[in-house]
Ligand binder design. Structure first.
Ligand SMILES: Nc1ncnc2c1ncn2[C@@H]1O[C@H](COP(=O)(O)OP(=O)(O)OP(=O)(O)O)[C@@H](O)[C@H]1O
Ligand SMILES: [Mg+2]
Length: 374
């Protein structure tokens, strides 16, 4: 049998709010001085209960990076009625930050003012847990990459053995040539040049592998995909010039911003254009063209593609191009696409390829749009 009095109900409500970390509030726009904060609102915001409740006091404490977004949402909301949901960080007087989810119901009040009734929910613990889960997941993704590196390591000795054996051969040839009564200097020079070239090749393999193995923290920022492309144009144009092909940009306007590690994505683009240029160069034909295209996907993300009108993938190569050390080039290391794929996997994205029409190859991937700021 319940013997509660209204006073007890108030206590119960207060206790429930404490458990749920949820406070409730009422205020008017324009401010008529009639505002209400439940005790839990004071506790969430870390404000002394003697301070009169004021909506502006909440705004003052909203994290500077979230303030414009909140103001914009409010200024839109107060023109009408209905609901408003906001999520923001609140900086308490002592500098600690709380993650708040606020919900309001807006209605017209006498004198053409607006009445807002709402709740403030402190979701800091949930956000922190989510963040920890996300970090753990990204560490897991790194571990996954290291597993592929394990496979790579087995290929490494094989790969390095080739240039090292060549270097040893050329060096022995040099010795023999120098032992001759009248050493053939041009021939020795040739052998030395070959040694240098092979050493550079070995160094390149090591360098690229190191870049892959190094545990590099991702530096994700919100950027425009088109800017990422434009910023590496000088580099890409060098590739195009070397292959006597034209480089064309088809960058869609009004794309959503993306949340990526810009440097890594640029490395992918450079690798793809490099491959396209090499494919075009291999034919020696004129009229080669490389097109970098950006487009909005139906899901609201950004698709980037690199298309060439070269010979296309060699028969049988299609299934193997992402394998580390798979190459059809004399001077290739076969790492460009493997690295690009692992970078994109780090972005929860995939690298795909398809034949281009009427001829050539097209490589494409999708970059995740940055979450909307409202
Ligand atoms: N645009 C393209 N057209 C035709 N074949 C391509 C194209 N891009 C890649 N390939 C094929 O995929 C293979 C693997 O490419 P990948 O970039 O991984 O290595 P690579 O270019 O051979 O060497 P590197 O490590 O120097 O980049 C290439 O050797 C080539 O056979
Ligand atoms: Mg390559």
């Amino acid at each position: 049998m319940s013997t509660q009095t209204p006073g007890d109900a108030q206590d119960l409500l207060r206790e429930a709010q404490e458990i749920a970390q949820l406070g409730n509030t009422e205020f008017f726009v324009p401010d008529n001085g009639v505002n209400y904060w439940s005790p839990q609102v004071y506790r969430i915001l870390g404000i002394d209960p003697s301070v009169p409740p004021s909506h502006f006091r909440v705004f003052e404490g909203v994290h500077p990076e979230d303030r414009d977004r909140c103001l914009l949402a409010w200024s839109r909301a107060i023109r009408g009625t209905g609901r408003l949901e906001l999520s923001y960080r609140f900086v308490r007087g002592d500098g600690t930050v709380r993650h708040i989810e606020a919900r309001y119901r807006l209605s017209r009040a006498p004198g053409n003012s607006l009445r807002a009734v709402g709740t403030l929910h402190d979701v800091t613990e949930r956000k922190t847990a989510e963040e920890a889960a996300r970090r753990a997941q990204s560490r897991l993704a790194d571990v996954g990459r290291l597993a592929t590196l394990g496979e790579i390591a087995t290929g490494i000795s094989h790969e390095l053995n080739q240039p090292l054996a060549a270097i040893a051969n050329y060096a022995r040839a040099c010795e023999r040539l120098l032992d001759a009564p009248r050493p053939d200097v041009p021939e020795i020079k040739n052998a030395l040049a070959d040694i240098a070239a092979q050493a550079i090749r070995a160094g390149e393999i090591i360098h690229r592998l190191r870049g892959m193995v190094r545990h590099r923290e991702m530096h994700r920022t919100v950027v425009a995909a088109n800017d990422l492309v434009r910023d590496v144009m000088t580099l890409l144009e060098m590739d195009a010039r070397a292959s006597r092909s034209a480089l064309r940009l088809e960058l869609a306007p009004d794309l959503p911003l993306v949340l990526v590690d810009g440097v890594q994505i640029q490395q992918v683009i450079v690798n793809l254009v490099h491959n396209a240029a090499e494919a075009l160069m291999s034919t020696g034909a004129t009229g080669g063209e490389i097109v970098i295209r950006t487009a909005r996907t139906p899901g609201g993300h950004v698709e980037v593609s690199v298309t060439d009108n070269g010979p296309g993938l060699e028969p049988g190569a299609a299934a193997r191009v992402f394998e580390p050390f798979f190459t059809t080039k004399e001077e290739g290391t076969g790492l460009g696409l493997a690295i690009s794929r692992s970078i994109l996997e780090g972005h929860r994205s995939q690298l795909a390829h398809e034949p281009a029409t009427p001829q050539g190859a097209r490589f494409l991937f999708t970059l995740p749009a940055a979450p909307e700021l409202s």
